[in-house]
Design a protein around this ligand. Structure first.
Ligand code: ATP
Length: 348
């Protein structure tokens, strides 16, 4: 059992704020993903939970007990990093067994534990090999098995897939998801990859410049981003965002007129996702020349330029037109997201 509470957690180096007033309760067995661009404070947050970095302010509680002053080895966490950090002279079996030896676990249980952990990550056939004789994906699985074998209270994973090629990343991601279901241990997982976050997480924390922007399930964050930053960070392609103004319930920008909105009169950013809009013969709220078209296989992505930003819509895979043709784009009202142009906060 491990419920983790972060209370007013901050990290500063001089006047630089790495993590700013982080507050969250992570439920027992939850898979929590910290997501954000490089430098937003994800790793620092995780290092504070692991005890590898002192918090400047705030408390970390595990099952109600403050752990700020505990050494990393006393926090019962297992970490998996992007660099596998395996011992090159030990074979796979010994690498996986190593944490059991260090922690003084009863030697008569080692063999069974190592074999169970290696079976979980499908490494049974490689136990005699040295790390140099393994592929990147296999090495990362050894690192996973070494974390599993300890039966820790929580897993902390920092970009564990980022050294793998695209195909291996997908299969190892699926394996982590399956393992987390099987092991049911509280997990905090750091990534800058929104697809990893969406596929793995029970809840996602989106961070920017040390500040939490939104906490929610993948669906909540995708369907109702709290601000324009989250909207632009989640989804592939990113949400279309257009700067304009709302006047009397109508959003206007060059080539765009969306009526019937409930947002207040102000400079506003209108957002919608490519898959939520459609290309129509006429009468859409956006009318502009086609800037580019891309065949995606299952669809055609049609893009126009509105006030300097690219706005994309998924059309049928058989859609045919030429660059420069005027298209009409229809955006259903229920799929319009409105953000304050100054603060970026959601207004409708
Ligand atoms: P990445 O995805 O690139 O790993 P991150 O979100 O994990 O990024 P952190 O490693 O947590 O980011 O770093 C957050 C910020 O704190 C960065 O701007 C970084 O430069 C800064 N930082 C990290 N460690 C130190 C340090 N020891 N001294 C000063 N600044 C630091």
């Amino acid at each position: 059992m491990a419920e983790i509470q972060l209370k007013n957690l901050s990290k500063r180096w001089g006047s630089f704020v790495g993590v700013d007033d982080f507050n969250l309760t992570i439920a027992d067995k939850e898979f929590l993903v910290l997501l954000g661009p490089s430098g937003c404070g994800k790793t620092t947050t995780m290092r504070m939970i692991a005890g590898l970095e002192d918090a400047t302010e705030g408390d970390i509680l595990v099952d109600g007990t403050r752990v700020n002053d505990l050494e990393p080895k006393d926090r019962d966490v297992a970490m998996v990093f992007q660099s596998y950090a395996l011992y090159p002279n030990m074979n796979v079996y010994e690498n996986i067994r190593f944490p059991l030896k260090v922690r003084g676990v009863d030697p008569s249980t080692h063999d069974e534990k190592v074999r169970r952990a290696s079976a979980m990550v499908e490494l049974d056939e490689f136990l005699h090999r040295k790390p140099a004789e393994l592929s990147g994906g296999q090495r990362q699985r050894v690192a996973l098995a070494r974390a599993i074998v300890r039966e820790p209270n929580m897993f902390l994973m920092d970009e564990p897939l980022s050294n793998l090629d695209a195909k291996l990343r997908v299969s190892t991601r699926a394996q982590i998801k399956n393992l987390s279901h099987e092991l049911a241990v509280t997990t905090i997982y750091v990534t800058h990859d929104q697809i990893e976050a969406m596929t793995l997480a029970d809840r996602v924390v989106v961070m920017k410049q040390g500040v939490v922007q939104q906490v929610g399930s993948p669906t909540e964050i995708y369907d109702r981003p709290a601000n324009a930053f989250v909207a632009s960070f989640i989804g592939n392609p990113a949400m279309n965002l257009m700067d304009g103004a709302v006047e009397g319930g109508t959003f206007k920008a060059e080539g765009v007129e969306v009526k019937g909105l409930t947002a207040p009169d102000a400079k506003t950013t209108l957002g919608f996702r490519a898959e939520d809009a459609e290309v129509v013969e006429s009468g859409g709220q956006i009318n502009a020349p086609i800037y580019t078209m891309e065949l995606l296989g299952e669809a055609t992505m049609v893009s126009v330029r509105i006030g300097g930003s690219l706005v994309s819509v998924k059309a049928d895979k058989n859609y045919r037109a030429d660059i420069g043709d005027i298209v009409s784009i229809k955006v259903p009202m229920e799929h319009c997201h409105l953000f304050d142009a100054e603060t970026g906060e959601r207004v409708g």
